[in-house]
Design a protein around this ligand. Structure first.
Ligand code: NDP
Length: 464
């Protein structure tokens, strides 16, 4: 393939400097930032502005998680002297419809942001025709660079009755509340939705094929979450899978591979996501894919066809909105900025939260990973009943954990399970990223009385 002419010479050759396919988190950020850098940008979207995160992911999930937490709050209130006039009742339609209103508001904001940035928005599924051409909504458009930011799509394994399952694309908008719900899977989505629907009052069953969900997370964290979820009433069915689902008069009859049968109103398959490449036409263009089907890119986010760029979930890696946003800004700096970034994007120490109940917040290495990476480590843990629950009567506990490289004293991992763990670990992530030492943590004076102060007062070694 011939080298691309520099951007300033492309303005007459192509209709646009950048054509973005997919107006999700990464695509919109790339389009706006490139336009702000002076590029002529168009973006195509065939579904909803804001992509998975805004429409069927992070945003509605967090709203539903808030909704689910109220059940605990109502129960906690009586110990503080509050008498509720009657047993609280949950109304699914109110939550769902309020959520719809909020998402529409966000869709409009995205629309306005693109418009204000001078990005042309085209509604339709774009197809890449060649290295510089796309077809969308009956138009053929040329661009110096084409960015694929189409994200992922839920994937469901095939078994008898698998077509009766729903995914995270449908679960927010069900016509009626599933009084009995089976969640299949053991990743972020499965544990979050099992917690949410359990909190909202569903009889919730989490079915996971492995020994314990959240594979890859710190083992102690996983065990702690398992115990807390069980205390809150979720039923865990581990080391089993769905064999078949049959529609029956009052719901779905599910048979598990361990022989158990249960009747539920809905089965949510949270069995992973795959790149959403169907119909894009990349197969005709020799765009190299990894063995997981993700688009392979270099540190400039170029695919094997250099004018075709890709970022976000479609490239695999950490499938998280903030990662897609960071990639978008990095990509724009590389291709449209005055000075290219001096270093590749740093994917180390990405903090993340799982909004199960209680939440998980985590950054850096798990104890198991740290043992492999550092050899000698020190582990500090604290597991306590938060002050709030001395009066609420709740048996919910909180876990905090620091993992320290014994040679350098650097804190290489921090983990928490407890109220607002995501909020709290974000600040700790700065310290971990800055490679601060346990001595730095110890020298930090705590804020009293908070749970967070435990992170700077863990003096007693739990184990090596
Ligand atoms: P994950 O890939 O995290 O989890 C998929 C789960 O499905 C795994 O537990 C896997 O089991 C199980 N599974 C896979 N195939 C089968 C099968 N054939 N039968 C039974 N079980 C199966 O995907 P999710 O859908 O949960 O989430 C996708 C991504 O979205 C996450 O990786 C995360 O990056 C992102 N996300 C982030 C959130 C956040 O930041 N809070 C929230 C939600 C999603 P096994 O472990 O054995 O492989």
């Amino acid at each position: 393939m011939a080298e691309l002419a520099p951007l300033q010479n492309d303005s007459t050759r192509y209709d646009y400097d950048l054509f973005v396919i997919g107006a999700g988190s990464g695509g919109v950020r790339a389009a706006r930032t490139a336009a702000a850098a002076g590029a002529r940008v168009a973006i195509a979207e065939d579904r909803y502005l804001g992509g998975t995160c805004v429409n069927v992911g992070c945003v509605p999930k967090k709203l539903y998680s808030y909704a689910a937490h109220f059940r605990d709050s109502f129960e906690d209130a009586s110990g503080f002297g509050w008498r509720l006039p009657a047993a609280p009742e949950f109304e699914w339609a109110t939550l769902r419809d309020n959520k719809v209103g909020e998402i529409k508001r966000l869709n409009r904001i995205y629309d306005r942001m693109l418009d204000n940035a001078g990005v042309r928005l085209i509604h339709g599924r774009a197809r890449v025709v060649d290295a510089h051409t796309v077809e969308v909504a009956d138009e053929t458009i040329s661009a110096a660079k084409i960015l694929i930011a189409v994200g992922g799509w839920p994937w469901v394994p095939t078994f008898p009755g698998s077509e009766l399952t729903i995914t995270s694309n449908q679960v927010f908008d069900l016509d009626s509340f599933p009084e009995r719900l089976l969640v299949l899977g053991g990743g972020y989505i499965a544990v979050e939705f099992a917690s949410i629907f359990n909190g909202l009052g569903s009889d919730t069953h989490l079915v996971y094929r492995g020994e314990l969900f959240l594979r890859g997370f710190d083992h102690e964290v996983r065990e702690f979450v398992r115990d807390e979820m069980v205390k809150k009433g979720a039923t865990l069915r581990l080391e089993t899978n769905i064999e078949s689902i049959r529609k029956v008069e009052n719901g779905l009859d599910v048979t598990l591979t361990n022989g158990e049968r249960l009747e539920v109103d809905a089965v949510l398959a949270a069995t992973g996501r795959r790149p959403h490449l169907a119909g894009l036409g990349l197969d005709k263009l020799d765009v190299a894919l990894s063995n997981t089907g993700h688009i392979e890119v270099n540190e400039r986010f170029e695919s094997s066809v250099p004018s075709i760029l890709a970022l976000g979930d479609v490239t695999g890696g950490a499938e998280l909105t903030p990662v897609a946003l960071a990639e978008a800004m990095h990509m724009v700096q590389h291709h449209f900025g005055e000075i290219p970034p001096s270093k590749p994007l740093d994917y180390h120490n990405i903090a993340t939260a799982v909004f199960c109940h209680p939440n998980i917040g985590t950054v850096g290495l798990s104890e198991q990973q740290a043992r492999e990476a550092c050899g000698d480590i020190r582990v500090y843990t604290t597991d306590f009943r938060p002050m709030k629950h001395t009066l609420s009567g709740s048996s919910e506990r909180c876990l905090m954990k620091l993992i320290v490289d014994d040679h350098s004293d650097v804190v290489v991992g921090a983990h928490m399970v407890g109220d607002e763990a995501g909020e709290l670990i974000q600040g700790i992530a700065i310290a971990v990223r800055a490679q601060l030492t346990k001595a730095d943590f110890d020298a930090t004076i705590g804020i009293h009385p908070t749970g967070a102060e435990e992170f700077v007062t863990m003096r007693t070694l739990t184990r090596r």
